[in-house]
Write a protein that binds this ligand. Sequence first.
Ligand code: PEP
Length: 256
Amino acid sequence: MKSYIVGNWKLNFTVGEASIYLHKLLRKLPNYRDVDVIIAPSLLALQPLSLQVDRHKLKLAAQNAFYRDYGAFTGETSFTQLNGIVDYCIIGHSERRYIFREDDKMVAKKVAAAIRNKIRPILCIGETESERAFGETADVIRDQLLGGLSEIGAEDVSKVLIAYEPVWAISSVKAAKLATPSEVADVVKLIRKILTEVYGKKTAEETPVLFGGSVNPSNAGAYLTVPGVNGLLAGGSSLILSEFADIIDTAKRVRS
Ligand code: PEP
């Protein structure tokens, strides 16, 4: 399976800054066949960047979209409108779940809308610090994983990239800690076990599972060699071009 390196820029960079970053990154990047590089700029930058991007080297992701295709939903953008502009969309990021109160039902509708519009969802799941402390990690992972996939058919599950992102390891969280590779391994194993039970071995093997949480050039190699991890989702370090390029290089090295 390919590796996937995703940069989530969150609410950072003006359109001009995003375009300069992309220009520099494209110049630096060889065409890595076995590593898919994906960046998720803010919504406003997506359309101009889609005209600038070399899709052989890099793909675009939206950070969010609404689940209805058209209608009276002031302020929203649909997957239908994003079709042709992005190839991926991050769905269920913990910042959307906890700041914007998105629940598993909403996440599931968005995953289905993405699939319907030929956009691959990057479904983020992960427990909070207190859920982990109370021994609820496995239940949270099961609920968010199966909840998020509940509105699509089994034949579409492997189009979804699952990103395991423990909320306590995300750099913007106060007192964020690094997840150890063995903590990541345990949860990734659980994700594949659940996928196998519900959708069968083939689908479980074909569904990419990524890790995200304070990934940087010095820990990327350790996370990428965790069994069952097919890539990384980086927030903070994707904003620094040299760091993001190092992470991509590491993915290439680990694969060869
Ligand atoms: C994220 O927000 O998805 C993320 C993983 O952020 P960071 O890499 O900054 O922890």
